[in-house]
Design a protein. Structure first.
Length: 247
């Protein structure tokens, strides 16, 4: 029964990668609990700022100003030296030199038009912060997303709602899988745990296992996603205390 200790290796296999990609696509690359997409980061002096799209937010057209600025007017008015754009799945987030976050909304996201063809509208967010849309279309529409800032990186995990002993990570139906961000993934494991079954001649029996004390049984170590693909180093991705020394 070394299927749990080899779990970390399974997560690197093409079978899992392609199923994982399919589930991410199905779920719109967003956490199905909190609505966050994965984060990108930028360095601000010695600080790292993680940011991304939050699909649980809405920006109503009423918050978007009617006034249209040119990019130059926008930069002058807010005293901005530069504007960077960062792609985050199918959205483009704009970031300015003075830490204002906004959105590029262009007809062809692979080709951002030259700046003389772009218009800027300011957004007054409900929390008092300023945001913006840089766009090549004059009409104003509600946005069915916003952005978040986070101290820790947000990644997307594909969570198994249950485990069946002897099955590989990809040997589950799509209905047993769901996209969660690393934070919700950890809280789901801590709050609900995951049921583990053994399948003997078609009889599913629940097996009692102790989720890893560090990763809560997610197999990932949420705060360090860049270390060894984020695989938990207490259980080495095996997810359960009973299996952690086998690795
Ligand atoms: Zn989440
Ligand atoms: Zn999980
Ligand atoms: Zn662990």
């Amino acid at each position: 029964m070394d299927d749990f200790s080899s779990y970390a290796a399974q997560l690197d296999k093409p079978e899992w990668r392609s199923l994982r990609q399919k589930i991410l696509e199905r779920d719109g690359h967003r956490c199905q609990l909190c609505g966050k997409g994965k984060s990108a980061f930028m360095r601000d002096k010695d600080k790292i700022i993680n940011y991304g799209i939050d699909y649980s937010l809405k920006i109503s057209a009423g918050l978007i100003s009617d006034e249209i600025l040119t990019v130059e007017q926008f930069k002058n008015r807010l005293n901005i030296d530069w504007i960077k754009c960062m792609r985050n799945h199918d959205k483009i987030i704009g970031i300015t030199s003075n830490n204002t976050y906004g959105f590029f909304i262009v007809k062809d996201s692979n080709n951002i038009p030259p700046k003389q063809d772009l218009m800027v509208r300011l957004i007054s967010l409900p929390n008092g912060a300023l945001s913006f849309i840089i766009t090549d279309t004059p009409e104003v529409k509600d946005l069915d997303y916003g952005f978040y800032l986070s101290q820790t990186p947000i990644s997307l995990n594909v969570h198994h709602k249950n485990y069946i002993l002897g099955r590989k990570a990809w040997e589950y139906s799509d209905l047993d899988l769901v996209t969660l961000c690393n934070e919700c993934h950890l809280s789901v494991h801590k709050a609900i745990g995951v049921k583990v079954y053994s399948n003997e001649n078609g009889f599913m029996t629940e097996v009692k296992l102790t989720p890893c004390l560090r990763c809560g049984g997610t197999g990932y170590f949420p705060e360090y996603k860049n270390v060894q693909n984020g695989i938990c180093f207490r259980c080495n991705g095996s997810r359960f205390e009973e299996y952690k020394s086998n690795s």
